[in-house]
Ligand binder design. Structure first.
Ligand SMILES: [Zn+2]
Length: 116
């Protein structure tokens, strides 16, 4: 069962969770011009092609094509679902996660209750 996170909350996470500081916990990033670069955590490489743009709030690897926003990064690296990644970032940055309830993909129904 998926868990619905309020869209305003998602925007707030993208706004407040600094992508460079989040990714720095996993990747040694160096500032190159306006961006940060490091060795991609998603594929083996010796020359950094993993680029993080703090102004755009996105990351992109030009080696394996992996890319996305701060929430996508946490999902991928921690192997979390979207709402779990939102909660983790919310905890780190002190953002209250507003949820609309949970969404059952099979039943196509929204349940206004937190899943156990
Ligand atoms: Zn890569």
């Amino acid at each position: 069962m998926a868990y619905f996170i309020d869209e305003g909350t998602i925007e707030e996470i993208k706004d407040r969770a600094d992508i460079v500081s989040v990714i720095s916990d996993y990747v040694d990033l160096k500032k190159v011009g306006a961006n940060h670069k490091g060795l991609c955590p998603f594929h083996g490489e010796k020359t950094p092609s993993f680029t993080v743009s703090s102004s755009k709030g996105i990351y992109k690897c030009f080696g394996c094509g992996e890319g996305g926003n701060v929430i996508n990064f946490v999902m991928k690296i921690e192997n979390l679902s979207f709402p779990e990644a939102c909660k983790k970032l919310g905890d780190t940055f002190g953002i209250k996660i507003e949820s609309k309830g949970s969404y059952d993909e099979k039943e196509k129904k929204v349940y206004l209750r937190e899943p156990e």
